[in-house]
Design a protein around this ligand. Structure first.
Ligand SMILES: [Zn+2]
Length: 445
């Protein structure tokens, strides 16, 4: 077992010689361990495994896509030496432009990574994947990576880890407390040097940020008591919001930042162009609507200053009416051009408030475009995040599933915002300064 040392002095300050030339170092701060596995490594893994959970994978694919791809047949052909099978497998596994706009589809394709997870020795495939991921990071020229893993995986992924690798434990939104004793034990143990954060991901619907307030306070207490093992709070929010109004989706990101989250994963709802959604109707629970009314009343002055009309009497009347309904009842919200424009002004206000918290936005362009179905580059939230002066770091999220690299993600942002090389340097500098250990004060900037 080895504990990775700190990144060497050649990359302090975020500038240094990488791949032979002087340039700003590449640091990818939003990566999911399994999402980093490239199609070829996954195919090799499946081809070597017996007892694969094909029925589970196929039923999930059928539910999400309405059809079942010939994945198991392609793997079998690969086993028999069919040279064409690898390319076909990559086509099936990668979540591409044609899949865009649906988190359920993304999850169904990603399930392939766990088809062999029932093997008697799960540590074996984790170690194999870790080796492949490190090789991929070397090919990409990544000097630093923060990977999200489960608590079970930490010891395995730390074994043989590189100097520029750190980890965050992904916690269940429904009950992060169930893992908290273990996370603290790991953070204070011999691997604590590599464990730099906790992460909340997966389905966010049904889990408002306010539910985590007590847990976040516990993390802050832990950090105050153990500053050398402090843990950053990394929180996916505003990525998928089909179950609520656009106003509530914006509010969730604002509230997460206000609860002390160090880095916000995606935060699409905060800055996506509302016009992208066109005229439409949304539904949200009465509980969400009540929370939104309370938010509007609490932020009335700021919202008004941003050009959002707030009528306290009407809102209070509505609140009084909703009190009689169960929180699970629903209300409809109609969006016309005027309301979409108002949502945009709400975003401006919320972004200004998020900026005051120092929370960092993790932007993953390809992931955002495909999972959220942002087909027009002009609608991507990164434009408004940058215009609002928010600290933005560019990451690749699941580069294996999306078939991308950090360089390509940076290229997309610099090209589509017109920021060019100067923006690229700014983004790399921001990423280096936004490492979990820096944000929690473990390391100086
Ligand atoms: Zn993610």
């Amino acid at each position: 077992m080895t504990t990775p040392a700190s990144p060497g002095p050649e990359i302090c300050c975020g500038v240094g010689p990488v791949t032979g030339s002087l340039r700003f170092v590449l640091a990818d701060l939003h990566l999911h361990f399994h999402g980093c596995v490239r199609p070829r490594e996954l195919l090799d893994h499946l081809a070597r495994s017996d007892r694969l959970l094909w029925d589970w994978y196929e039923s999930e694919m059928h539910a999400a896509y309405g059809v079942v791809p010939p994945t198991r047949q392609v793997v079998e052909r690969y086993r028999r030496g069919d040279a064409a099978a690898a390319a076909e497998f990559a086509e099936i596994f990668v979540f591409g432009e044609q899949d865009a706009g649906n988190f359920a589809r993304f999850q169904a394709k990603a399930n392939l990574l766990w088809v062999a997870a029932h093997q008697d020795d799960p540590s074996h495939h984790i170690a194999e994947f870790a080796t492949a991921i490190r090789a991929d990071h070397r090919r990409q020229g990544l000097a630093y990576a923060e990977l999200r893993v489960s608590a079970d995986m930490l010891a395995i992924v730390c074994d043989g880890g590189s100097a520029g690798e750190r980890f965050a434990i992904s916690l269940p939104r429904a009950d992060p407390w169930s893992e908290w004793d273990r996370v603290r034990e790991l953070a204070l143990g011999p691997l604590g040097h590599s464990l730099v954060g906790v992460d909340f991901g997966g389905v966010e619907e049904g889990h408002p940020p306010k539910d985590q307030a007590a847990f976040f306070a516990a993390v802050r207490d832990f950090n105050a008591a153990h500053p050398h093992r402090a843990l950053a709070i990394l929180y996916h929010v505003g990525e998928s919001f089909g179950d609520k109004s656009l106003e509530s989706a914006v509010r969730w990101v604002h509230e997460a930042a206000g609860l002390g989250v160090h880095r916000l994963g995606h935060g699409i709802a905060l800055g996506v162009e509302p016009a992208m959604f066109g005229l439409h109707t949304r539904t949200e629970s009465v509980a969400e609507r009540r929370d939104q009314i309370a938010y509007d009343l609490r932020h009335r002055d700021g919202l008004r200053a941003a050009g959002v009309p707030v009528d306290p009497v009407a809102l209070q009347d509505e609140q009084d009416r909703l009190v009689a309904l169960p929180g699970t009842a629903t209300v409809n919200v109609e969006y016309d051009g005027a309301r979409l424009a108002e949502v945009r002004r709400r975003q401006d206000y919320a972004m200004s408030r998020v900026r005051s918290t120092a929370a960092v936005l993790e932007v993953c362009p390809t992931s955002n475009r495909r999972v959220a179905g942002i087909s027009d580059p002009a609608h991507h939230p990164v434009h408004r995040f940058l215009a609002a002066g928010l600290p933005v770091v560019i990451s690749s999220d699941d580069p294996g599933i999306f078939d991308t690299t950090l360089d390509e993600e940076l290229d997309w942002v610099c090209e589509h915002t017109g920021g060019g090389e100067e923006l690229r340097r700014t983004l790399l500098r921001t990423a280096w300064r936004s490492r979990a250990e820096v944000l929690t004060g473990r390391l100086p900037e």
